[in-house]
Design a protein around this ligand. Structure first.
Ligand SMILES: NC(=O)C1=CN([C@@H]2O[C@H](COP(=O)(O)OP(=O)(O)OC[C@H]3O[C@@H](n4cnc5c(N)ncnc54)[C@H](O)[C@@H]3O)[C@@H](O)[C@H]2O)C=CC1
Ligand SMILES: O=C1[C@@H](O)[C@H](O)[C@@H](O)[C@H](O)[C@H]1O
Length: 345
């Protein structure tokens, strides 16, 4: 037996929050947006227009006090996640928190402590790539072993451009953060070290940035990863992964949509940004979280079906070390985690 339709409070109605509001309203079953928490009034009004029946609030505390939500989806900027996570945990709500869990290991650890005090794992972190069909297929290939052992991964994460508020460290904390979660997950291993190399600078990148960057990672099973992180490619959005096995090579993420052969040329669509490239993954992530949250509230299952707060903490440590590597190009920086609390095993 599951709980009735899940009433979701979306906290933060900027780019991602609005995308999730449309998703929940139009494509997700078993849930509706009952509240939007957004201090910017114009954004709040636009958001509630896209979510029939939703109430607007300026602060999460007000939405909780009004009893307007059964669960929350957090889409405020990362540095504000802790301030929203703590009252939501205190209210014992199921939570889907956009990446990163929080921007640094200390605040992520405080969140782990608050979650443990709440008595259950209630936080799912929005590392949506784990729900992308191609990443899932590749992970199955790794674990089935039909192409032999995985040896190396060559990855590229390319954005057409980035907004004004995007700063140098965000190459790691906002962008590479996804690979720091998904590549160890894909390879079935832990991240052991990171190194950043700086190739020639792209003259088209904003003045404040030194990029692209090359990130080298060593995993606990000996797999080596090289990742090109590039945020000024102009042509569109592309996230590719090539996995080199003992007896085969697999690639994902190269083409988007129709391939056309015409007038002596061939062409394939390119995604403009992550909202289209990972649309299926975001949908799957939110649907699985809604189903888990309903089961958790009904007492028939866990609140989480995907990356949890420990994954968020692990990635916060990796990002901290990644930023150190970014500031010391050519230096190998180790990644060490404390013992995982029994609660998360
Ligand atoms: N999974 C993915 O691929 C992506 C995830 N993100 C993540 O989504 C989150 C939001 O990013 P964006 O939508 O790009 O940011 P944004 O800046 O477009 O939107 C954030 C919104 O939060 C609101 N806000 C600020 N303080 C608030 C508070 N105390 N309570 C409620 N709302 C508050 C702001 O007014 C703004 O409307 C970040 O954690 C970001 O890392 C962003 C892009 C892609
Ligand atoms: O999370 C995201 C953005 O914040 C980030 O800026 C992009 O580089 C990522 O591809 C996207 O998925």
């Amino acid at each position: 037996m599951t709980a009735a339709e899940l009433r979701i409070g979306v906290i933060g109605a900027g780019a991602m929050g609005s995308d999730h509001i449309k998703r929940i309203t139009r494509r997700i079953s078993g849930a509706r947006v009952s509240a939007v928490v957004e201090p910017d009034e114009t954004r709040a009004q636009t958001a509630v227009q896209n979510a029939p029946g939703a109430q607007a609030f300026g602060r999460i505390e007000d939405a909780l006090e009004a009893g307007a939500v059964d669960a929350v989806l957090i889409a405020t900027p990362g540095f504000l996640h802790e301030a929203v996570l703590l009252p939501a945990l205190e209210a014992k709500l199921p939570i889907l928190c956009e990446k990163p869990l929080t921007p640094d290991p200390e605040s992520s650890w405080r969140v782990l402590e608050a979650e443990q005090a709440s008595g259950a794992r209630r936080i799912q972190v929005g590392f949506m790539r784990r729900f992308d069909p191609e990443y899932r297929q590749l992970r199955e290939l790794v674990s089935a072993g039909t192409a032999g052992e995985l040896l190396m991964v060559r990855a590229a994460h390319r954005n057409a451009s980035v907004p004004e508020q995007y700063q140098q460290d965000m190459l790691i904390t906002d962008s590479v953060v996804h690979e720091l979660d998904v590549l160890p997950w894909l390879a079935g291993a832990e991240l052991r070290s990171l190194e950043v190399k700086l190739p020639r600078r792209n003259s088209l990148t904003p003045e404040r940035l030194q990029e692209p960057i090359l990130v080298l990672m060593e995993l606990s099973n000996g797999v080596l990863v090289d990742l090109e992180m590039n945020v000024s490619v102009q042509f569109g959005y592309q996230v590719t992964t090539e996995a080199v096995f003992e007896s085969g090579v697999a690639r994902i993420g190269e083409n988007a949509g129709l391939q056309l052969w015409q007038a002596g040329r061939t062409g394939t669509g390119v995604d403009a940004d992550f909202t289209t490239r990972f649309a299926t993954a975001y949908d799957e992530q939110v649907q699985r979280w809604v189903d888990a949250a309903r089961a958790g509230l009904a007492g028939t299952g866990s609140f989480v079906d995907g990356p949890d707060a420990w994954d968020g903490y692990r990635v916060a440590v990796a990002c901290q070390q990644g930023v150190k590597a970014l500031h010391a190009p050519g230096t190998r920086v180790e990644v060490e985690l404390p013992e995982r609390p029994a609660f998360y095993r």
